[in-house]
Design a protein around this ligand. Sequence first.
Ligand code: ZN
Length: 144
Amino acid sequence: MIDDLYQEVILDHSKRPRNFGSLENPSAHAEGFNPLCGDRLTLELKLDNGIVQDARFKGAGCAISVASASLMTEMLKGKTREEAEQLFDKFHQMLTTDAAVPELGKLAVFSGVREFPARVKCATLAWHTLHAALQNSEERVSTE
Ligand code: ZN
């Protein structure tokens, strides 16, 4: 059972996603697709000296995938590539193990997703796409 407050945050971000749209001159971008649910998104990043200055996404999907992309883009600003990758590792750990995960801030709202393994791919799609964008990959990412 997902905590009510957490559910509220997820609903809010899925209905009014932050950083939705495109960037003028993105330094990196990637596309992600989760065939299990049909979630799709395009992520654009503006990097300066390895630091994320701005992040935008577009796409359509279930509430969890959209809320995850929205919260991710909020948290990315000011992070280095390494910090962003570390955040992905911790987030993935929270969703797939029972281990106590160090401070994840707002991303903790997705902890309830652990109870629904099929939705883990919805929650991590934006992050897999981020990983691809940071690798400067032009390839489309699939969670399969
Ligand atoms: Zn989904």
